[in-house]
Write a protein that binds this ligand. Sequence first.
Ligand code: KG4
Ligand code: ZN
Length: 332
Amino acid sequence: MLVLGIETSCDDTSAALVEDRTVLSNLVASQDALHADYGGVVPELAARRHLETVQTVIERALELGDRQLDEIDVVAVTRGPGLVGSLLVGLSAAQGLALALDRPLYGVNHLEGHVLSPLVEGQDDFPLLSVLVSGGHTAMYLVEDVGVYRELSRTRDDSAGEAFDKGAKMLDLGWPGGKVMDELGSRGDPTALRFPRPRVRDDSLAFSFSGLKTSLWDFLHSDDSKGHSLEDVCASYQEAIVDCLLKRVGEAVERFAPASVAVAGGVSANSRLRRRLTEELSQRGMTPLFPPLSLCTDNAAMIAYAAVRRMENGLPGEQLEAVSRLPLGSVQ
Ligand code: KG4
Ligand code: ZN
């Protein structure tokens, strides 16, 4: 089965071909440069750029995957969550294609795409503890099977990606700054500075990063900040984020005894998180799964792959089709 995936939920325009469970092509047109001056995604600009780019990205994904339009069996598209203007561009493109090709249209939850992305190259081993750490979300799920998710916790304030991006912004590292902080931090000493490890004081497994961000701001405006290299500041700040994540993952592993642990989302590309979690879980005889780097940040391959995995299990897609009868007040 050949699935064309389309993902435009935020600021990346992406199209991918996935055949059965194999990724044939995965093209991402990043809008980072467009939004960098604003220090964050500007929804109107994002939607307009998706509109300009989506068709070319789909054509290139077909070319790179060496397939023709009429070979596509299913069109899969991100239904949400995301920026509505951005989502609508992908949805309209997908609807148009599905109609023109007379193929089914399969709506996918963006979060499910991320959660299943470590399985593209990894083995299924359920129940799986999924740690979703992206720019928009930070949460843990217990995955009993494809399509069976139980949310264990989420962040009370910022996401892990925001903690990276806002910290990087304070350090003038550009936007989004997670990757740059990772690179600089890998050349610094993570014990040079001790940033607080914010804790939510209950047993909810929830994350919290806003206090950490404030402590970096306080530090940068104190006399203390002189005499520390940028690399050491990045390494120490990153270490605090990683510690917060590892603590909660450790607690969740204790409590739910999952068969495996998988990390997904943009922050799962972080080299320090990968190394420390791998070390920590090895003490429990476990090896965490991470997506390949190309599938960490937003991409359409994870959307097409999620559609494949759901269809294999006989699960329906998210409802997308225009319906002729729709009583006022009903939610469909
Ligand atoms: O999954 P994603 O593309 O977007 C959402 O769905 O939110 O994640 C983007 C986030 C950004 O905050 C970015 O700074 C972060 O992932 N990120 C990283 C790294 N690469 C991307 N954070 C830390 N280390 C990295 N290597
Ligand atoms: Zn995402």
